[in-house]
Design a protein around this ligand. Structure first.
Ligand SMILES: Cc1cc2nc3c(=O)[nH]c(=O)nc-3n(C[C@H](O)[C@H](O)[C@H](O)COP(=O)(O)O)c2cc1C
Length: 320
């Protein structure tokens, strides 16, 4: 339709991105790996792999196993440590002109605080994402997300230290996902990333052993898209003013539009990026085409456009 001035740009609590399509944490490495494969400047942004204060070797291999419609991976928090990232990788990403969100991980509250302190004020970083799926040394090794008060403590500490907007990254399969999302926002997060990969496993029946060194890893790719979409929808319905980045199985523009219609403000692409490094560019172009066909000006115009007819189930409940 003529007359509508179109933009792909989005504003996520002050993080301005030229495209709503961002590389998901852990799937673009530190940018070094992608540089020769695609034009990094076409990415709306890049979330680093989760960075801890100390370097971490992660899980032993094998680290990836293919499944019917996705992969299970068990990487652990392998990373060079936040200081090495700032010294070596961040300058290269900054030179490439990509908005960088740093994912902050840790095994204890102090670990998060130390990592966030190193990132504080770094000019190349536009936002932080708090990784909450790791083992909490101070809570019997259970994931941080297993207690809302613990998540709030970590997210609150990182947010107070940060000079840039902070997104809390949540898994989908929390019975109290919406209260958890609220807890993170109340603690100081400016936005939410939904979802992390879903616990999954694969077994090599020929060799009678698990196919991942970690035994249980994370399932990602098309298999988890409906799960991610439901999580985004539930949270966005409850917190419509909070920026949500939707992630999980997005491989095409249509997949991305599903998330934008369900309430996401932007999307992240993980597994599809590993398969096709140009996926984010193609997805962004496809979103532009969709907006044009619908006569809409920006990705934000898709929020709350989904037609919800009939009687809605009570919030937070399953209709099945
Ligand atoms: C190889 C691999 C490594 C990942 N590493 C991280 C990580 O360090 N931190 C994090 O928050 N998520 C990590 N993730 C999860 C992704 O960021 C994303 O939430 C998940 O894969 C779902 O999106 P997808 O289906 O598009 O891959 C990783 C995923 C994969 C496949």
């Amino acid at each position: 339709m003529a007359g509508v001035k179109q933009t792909l740009s989005v504003d996520l609590a002050g993080i301005r991105l030229a495209s709503p399509v961002v590389a998901a944490s852990g799937c673009a490495g530190t940018g070094r790996e992608l540089a020769g494969l695609t034009d990094l400047r076409r990415l709306g942004g890049l979330v680093t792999r989760s960075l801890t204060f100390e370097p971490s070797r992660g899980w032993p291999g094998p680290r990836v196993a293919e499944t019917a419609s996705g992969i299970v991976t068990g990487v652990g928090l392998q990373n060079p440590g936040v200081r090495a990232f700032v010294a070596e990788d961040l300058p290269r990403l900054a030179r490439a002109g990509i908005p960088v969100m740093a994912s902050v991980g840790g095994g204890s509250l102090q670990g998060y605080i130390r990592a966030a302190s190193i990132l504080r004020g770094e000019p190349g970083i536009v936002g932080l994402e708090v990784y909450l799926s790791g083992a909490d040394e101070e809570n019997r090794g259970l994931p941080f997300y297993s207690r809302i008060d613990r998540m709030a403590e970590v997210v609150g500490a990182v947010s107070r230290l940060s000079t840039v907007p902070v997104f809390a990254k949540l898994p989908a399969l929390l019975p109290d996902l919406v209260p958890a999302a609220r807890g993170c926002i109340r603690a100081g997060a400016h936005g939410l990333t939904l979802i992390d990969s879903v616990p999954g496993m694969a077994v090599d029946v020929r060799r009678l052993r698990p196919r991942l060194g970690a035994i249980i890893g994370g399932l990602s790719g098309p298999a988890i898209r409906p799960i991610a979409l439901a999580a985004v929808f539930r949270v966005a319905q409850d917190l419509p003013q909070v920026p949500v980045m939707g992630v999980g199985g997005i491989a095409t523009a249509e997949d991305a539009v599903e998330f934008l219609l369900a309430g996401a403000w932007a999307v992240q692409v993980g597994t599809a990026l590993i398969v096709n490094p140009s996926a984010p560019t193609e997805i962004a172009q496809g979103i532009a085409g969709y907006l044009k066909a619908k006569g809409l000006a920006s990705p934000g115009d898709l929020r709350e456009r989904m037609r919800l007819t009939g009687e809605q189930p009570a919030r937070g409940t399953s209709a099945s």
